[in-house]
Ligand binder design. Structure first.
Ligand SMILES: [Zn+2]
Length: 64
C-alpha cells in the first residue's frame, strides 16, 4: 500500500491528493487533520448529514 499524504479540504474536509477539491472546488487545504470517514451513500447517510457532506468520498473528521 502506498502511503500518499492526503490533505483535507479547508471547506468541506474532503481528503485528496489533488490541488483542487473534487467535492467543492476549493483550493485551500490543511495538512493537519484527524480521523477519517468514508461516505459511500451521501444521500442516505446519517454521518454525511451530520457533517454536511453532499458527495461520496473520504473526509477528515477533524480539520482546521
Ligand atoms: Zn472541499
Amino acid at each position: 500500500m502506498a502511503t500518499e499524504k492526503k490533505k483535507a479540504c479547508k471547506e468541506c474536509g474532503y481528503l485528496t491528493i489533488e490541488k483542487e477539491c473534487p467535492s467543492c472546488g476549493s483550493k485551500s487545504f490543511l495538512e493537519k487533520h484527524k480521523g477519517k470517514v468514508v461516505i459511500f451513500n451521501s444521500k442516505s447517510s446519517i454521518v454525511s448529514e451530520k457533517l454536511n457532506i453532499k458527495n461520496n468520498g473520504m473526509y477528515a473528521l477533524k480539520y482546521g
